[in-house]
Design a protein around this ligand. Structure first.
Ligand SMILES: *Cc1c(COP(=O)(O)O)cnc(C)c1O
Length: 376
């Protein structure tokens, strides 16, 4: 009396990244830049968990020439992904984590976030007699990284320290751009204008993240730095998402079982069947980034039908109530977690988090498939 089985040899879970949609998202953002700003791409954390090695060359083919990583090791991986393609690769966390020789050899441009960073990088340049490229980060209200107003004043009085450097950009980062009406946006914009003018270094300016691009041309300056929007996350708190989803995430049904009214499922026996049900055990859990906090709120789609995830999310598996799916799905059939029916932002809402955390938590167990490469 075994249930029919659709596949025993295929992967248990699949993460498909639609590269054509990543490129389309990039081009859509670039089109918004009416004053000729460069559209960089933020590819930190392995391109938000989706795989920088595959995504970086595709963005290059969409004419992206500026890439932001965080750690030096990530920057080196981006440089490797670029191969012979020429593009700028920046390190958001500065020149730490690698030798100056390695940074120079891989042509990485560190963002200098502190006076200490500036002193260090300037000292390296002076000692070696080679100009070192850099971006200088000025804090305008995030209070996380970058020179404070006082430190910017220090720099203004010590501009000699910049002589050995090739300062490519002055940058800052918005704290509340996903909420367009937030007064902090204008405050940061005005502070950025004032501090960069006060510094008086002739230099290009880099300011907006994905959401900042949507705040309008005043926020674009010479370079924008979108991340999340490239990967299909809605950059702003708006009901409709201007970006295209780029991920399909699905996992196999491992078993179909019947449970009687009053029985429970999962750890802690927290969910009790109100009626007799049919349950599908699905091969994805919190070790796959299906966050445990989704417990009680999760939905998956089986055969195009919305099915609630019942009981606690466990490490490797979730259980969905598939009673309403007609005909009953086969063992080995797919449950869609992200895709046509449900966005990364939907899953994030179920988990009480943001799409960024869902994507960067996806983990290493999915079979990854990259579709829609540009053929050149
Ligand atoms: C992550 C990051 C970005 C990209 O932000 P999104 O909201 O993903 O567009 C831009 N700039 C800095 C400094 C960042 O840390």
């Amino acid at each position: 009396m075994s249930s029919p089985q659709s596949s025993r040899t295929g992967p248990l879970s699949l993460l498909e990244v639609h590269l054509d949609r990543v490129r389309r998202n990039y081009l859509a953002l670039q089109k918004m830049l009416t004053r000729g700003a460069d559209c960089a791409a933020v590819v930190k954390a392995d391109a938000y968990g989706l795989g920088a090695a595959a995504i970086v060359p595709e963005l290059y083919k969409a004419n992206c020439r500026h890439f932001f990583a965080t750690h030096a090791s990530e920057g080196m991986a981006v440089r490797t992904a670029l191969g012979d393609y020429e593009a700028q690769v920046y390190l958001l966390h500065g020149p730490a984590g690698a030798t100056p020789e390695d940074i120079a050899h891989r042509k990485l441009v560190p963002v200098l976030n502190t006076p200490g960073d500036i002193e260090y990088w300037s000292g390296v340049a002076k000692k070696t007699g080679i100009k070192r490229s850099a971006v200088i980060h000025i804090d305008t209200g995030m209070n996380r990284l970058g020179l404070s107003a006082a430190e910017t004043g220090w720099l203004k009085n010590n501009t000699d320290i910049l002589k050995p450097l090739d300062v490519r950009y002055l940058m800052s980062h918005l704290a509340c751009a996903d909420t367009p009406e937030h007064p902090k946006n204008k405050e940061q914009l005005e502070k950025f204008r004032a501090l960069t003018a006060q510094l008086g270094i002739p230099c290009r300016l880099s300011f907006a993240n994905s959401a900042g691009i949507f705040l309008g041309a005043d926020y674009h300056f010479d370079q924008v730095r979108p991340g999340c929007a490239l990967y299909g996350i809605n950059p702003q708190n708006t009901p409709s998402n201007p970006m295209q989803g780029v991920v399909t995430l699905k996992a196999r049904i491992l078993q179909i079982r019947e449970a009687a009214a009053g029985e429970t499922t999962g750890y802690g026996a927290t969910y009790r069947m109100p009626t007799p049900v049919k349950l599908a055990t699905i091969s994805a859990g919190y070790a796959d980034g299906y966050l445990r906090s989704i417990t009680g709120n999760g939905m998956v789609y089986v055969g195009g039908q919305k099915c609630p995830v019942v009981g606690r999310v466990s490490m490797d598996a979730i259980v969905a109530d598939v009673t309403a799916v007609k005909p009953l799905p086969p063992v080995g059939g797919w449950a869609e977690i992200i895709g046509q029916h449900q966005t990364v932002d939907d899953v994030a809402a179920q988990a009480g988090t943001i799409g960024y955390e869902i994507l960067t938590s996806l983990g290493g167990r999915y079979t990854r498939v990259y579709a829609g490469q540009e053929t050149t």
